[in-house]
Design a protein around this ligand. Sequence first.
Ligand code: PBG
Length: 357
Amino acid sequence: MSTVTKPRAEHPRAEGLAPRLVYNGGMLDLLTHGDFARHRRLRRSEGLRRLVAETRLSAADFVYPLFVTHGQGVRDEIPSMPGQYRISLDQVGREADDLRTLGVPAVLLFGLPAVKDDEGSEAYADGGIVQDAVRAFKQAAPELVVITDVCLCEYTSHGHCGVIADGEVDNDRSIELIARTALSHARAGADVVAPSDMMDGRVAAVRETLDDAGYVATPIMAYSAKYASAFYGPFREAAESTPQFGDRRGYQMDPPNAREALREIADDIDEGADIVMVKPALSYLDVLSQARREFDLPLAAYNVSGEYAMVKAAGAAGWVDEQRVTLEILTSIKRAGADIIITYHAKEAARWLRDAR
Ligand code: PBG
């Protein structure tokens, strides 16, 4: 007598290993074999494992972050981020070619301004470094999705993500400048703008400013649940954006809080975000997976600089298999629920995925 199609609750695996009577479509049946699951059956070959893989990583998932700087012929490796460079605009064609060849669909641009001041004025200058980089990328590779990080911290002399009043970051004055920055990026041709400042109301301000200027079709990727994280260390070295006094804990989220992240995300969606983000990725995979269950917008995760630096350091020391660790990390971010993975590993991971086929 066959023992197929047993209701789940009465399946012998739920009960233990001893032979027992099981319900079998109307009759009782003595189960004398197959009384535990053979999970290993589907792990026996690469082909089977690929066939049943629940998560498939692809170059199409990746966004590649890039630091652009003034000057000529600059290709300056960032010491704490081996393999990542600050590049001048004459290098844009080469980057665009790499990304096209590897099938990475998008870049996220960060700028190093010529001068920093109290109000971060190069952030919203039409001839600013990011604005020029957007034009250069769109010219070199019109199909490449150009996303711009919208923030003031790289551009302000004090290194905060907004303007300072009475020793504190002034929310409402800051969001005016954030919105101006987003508009100048859209005007330069950015495909998506991504506010990362964590001021309240900035998504609404950006949306309204874009709409009023006719950029109704420019999407917003909001850094919605962005934590005050020590994992941004290498980025701040790369972008020269370390706060000169205090820290970012008055505006970025506190690491113990996950429910609050869902409120931040819900508010950004209400304010008009088209894509929402959790950042960093690895210490916040729980937040990512809760956000995935709660919201149906495209969800991005930022695999940040410190996460990259740790893998590179351990790989260089020979302590881990760098390629396998990298792909496992990226897979975990996707499995937790990310549709979009922003990662410095984008190019090498795309190459490894291609070569594995
Ligand atoms: C700008 C910004 C930061 C990062 C992305 N956008 C730095 C910060 O908030 O201090 C961090 C990215 C990374 O660590 O890779 N506000």
